[in-house]
Design a binder for this molecule. Structure first.
Ligand code: NOJ
Length: 557
């Protein structure tokens, strides 16, 4: 080994460890991505067959939603065995092969860990039901006697995120806590056995090759042992936690768990990474999760919640960036995921906030899909120009809108039943992807998919968009290609400078000669001098039209 090799090694190591800071990660909602065996459910075989597509899209990593054995009461977020694969999705051998093939294609692989609750079919919970009150088996969960003279009232007034009480009474009289579905009993994180078990689960998948984990409900886990009532009518998950000293969201003790997990991740070379799903009150609070000794990253849900208004989009990003910078963490910009209305639809709706749904801060009302599509094209150019990483939700690169008219009889989200059929839930953003113009499920598989696709999606399919330079897919590919190529972009590219403070137009410069301009107003606007390397809509002469964004490179001579 030469002395140059020796000096370069720490640098190379650091680079290998830092891959996540600028990464574009593609969220694979496995049941809806691609079905290789014709049972209507996506699977590992489907993902493996589409790895070339993901590599050609130009993403750096994939995140796979829970793929573990599960009764699927909440689409896999009810885990019955944390160390295996749900049989309809494949098996461990296929999982290992997928991870290896993804790595060979240059893609990192993040899995999804669900530590707040298990399935009621997890062996620990079956053992708890078979054991008496006060037993070690019950202590892994949150069992309590009921209130009222006969104990036949729930221990307190907590509501399930999906509707109805968060407590269920079992034979013998005790009640157990389930902040989500009745089939998702909450674990007791004050029990050391629970902590040890999850560390072992992390190691199991890390040893199999996974590069990291998305952590489900990372603001959950710890409960106030006094279990005080909340006296609140609505206890939503996708809303900011505004109650001070909330008895089950964002309790300080959860940060200790993340510190322990960080140590597990750091014991690997290169270190394994985490991304938190944490719906907390503010970016400043989120930053507490991201101190160097805790988690690497968390989804930024602020951009998702911002209205289509340049000033708000700029201020939102500014606040997120400042908070993350204060702890040295990169922001993970996110426009959509499997829990929220797809952003083509959100952005095509009147941009005011309403209340009453599970996600009260998201726009409701009539959708103009063409308008939403134009805005979605601009939004991704904005997100990709910001420092940090970006999470893409499968299908957004095709411009898929929310499916708002799924027949009631096909709805599977537990929200539908638990809300007494008042909230349709999240199935509209989970409809299987269209790969081809025709076929029983538009190329998703050889049979109908688990949810029906709108016939109009044939024209949004990968096949229809391939080779069309004006398509959403072409825009994503080109933007991702440029983002890799331009040294100004990514987390550690050029420093960000906001150019101007206008209400309806924002400009952001990155280092030497790169500018992104976003116009959310009603009139076309002039662009700074330079070469337009990408624009989300055709320019009007020299002007950037409404609801559009452009990337400009200053001429370097
Ligand atoms: C957040 C997940 O993203 C969502 O899909 C799930 O229902 C809840 N956590 C419960 O695990």
């Amino acid at each position: 080994m030469t002395s140059a090799d020796l000096t370069d090694e720490p640098v190379a190591r650091q680079q290998a460890a830092d891959w996540y800071r600028s990464a574009v990660t593609y969220q694979l909602y496995i049941r809806s991505f691609a079905d290789s065996d014709g049972d209507g459910l996506g699977d590992i075989g489907g993902i493996r067959s589409r790895l070339p597509y993901l590599a050609s899209l130009g993403v750096d990593a994939i995140w796979i939603n829970p793929w573990y054995p599960s009764p699927q009461a909440d689409a896999g977020y009810d885990v019955a065995d944390y160390r295996n694969i749900h049989a309809p999705f494949g098996d461990l051998q296929q999982a290992r092969a997928l991870i290896e093939e993804a790595h060979a294609a240059g893609l990192k692989v993040l899995l999804d860990v669900v530590p707040n609750h298990t399935s009621d079919e997890h062996p620990w919970f079956t053992a708890a039901l078979a054991s008496p009150p006060g037993s070690p088996e019950r202590d892994r969960f949150v069992f309590r006697p009921g209130s009222g003279p006969d104990g036949d009232e729930p221990p307190n007034d907590w509501q399930s995120v999906f509707g109805g009480p968060a407590w269920h009474r079992v034979e013998g009289g005790e009640w157990y806590l389930h902040l989500f579905d009745v089939k998702q009993p909450d674990l007791n994180w004050d029990n050391p056995e629970v902590r040890a078990e999850f560390e072992s689960v992390l190691r199991f998948w890390f040893d199999l090759g996974a590069d990291g984990f998305r952590i489900d409900v990372a603001h959950g886990l710890i409960k106030d042992p006094a279990l005080p009532s909340l006296n609140l009518s609505q206890q939503q998950i996708l809303a900011r936690v505004k109650v001070p000293d909330h008895p089950y969201w964002d309790r300080p003790g959860v940060l200790d768990v993340w510190q322990e997990w960080r140590a597990v991740g750091d014991s690997y070379d290169p270190p394994k990474v985490f991304v938190a799903e944490a719906w907390v009150e503010s970016s400043a609070r989120l930053a507490e999760y991201l101190r160097p000794e805790r988690l690497h990253t968390a989804f930024d849900f602020e951009l998702m919640r911002a209205r289509w208004h340049a000033k708000e989009l700029r201020e939102t990003a500014r606040i997120s960036l400042e908070a993350h910078d204060s702890v040295g963490a990169p922001v993970m910009w996110t426009l959509s995921n499997h829990d929220v209305t797809r952003h083509v639809t959100r952005l095509g709706r009147p941009q005011q906030r309403t209340s009453g749904s599970n996600a009260p801060e998201f726009p409701q009302g009539e959708t103009d899909v063409a308008l939403g599509t134009r805005r979605a094209r601009a939004a991704i150019l904005y997100a990709l120009a910001l420092p940090g990483g970006v999470y893409l939700y499968q299908g957004e690169e095709l411009g898929l809108p929310e499916v708002e008219d799924l027949p009631e009889e096909v709805l599977q989200d537990p929200t539908w039943e638990r809300s007494g059929h008042t909230e349709r839930g999240r199935d509209g953003c989970r409809v299987p992807l269209p790969w081809q113009r025709g076929g029983p499920s538009l190329g998703f598989g050889d049979a109908l998919g688990w949810l029906p696709q709108p016939a109009s999606w044939g024209e949004l399919s990968v096949e229809a968009q391939e080779g069309d330079p004006g398509s959403m897919l072409a825009l994503y590919r080109e933007a991702l290609r440029l983002r890799r190529e331009l040294p100004q972009l990514g987390h550690d590219g050029g420093p960000l400078v906001w150019t101007g403070e206008e209400d309806q137009v924002l400009g952001l410069a990155r280092g030497n000669g790169f500018v992104c301009v976003l116009n959310t107003g009603a009139v076309a606007v002039p662009l700074p001098p330079g070469r337009v390397v990408l624009s989300s809509s055709p320019l009007e002469g020299e002007l950037l039209p409404p609801d559009a964004a452009a990337w400009i490179l200053a001429d370097q001579d």
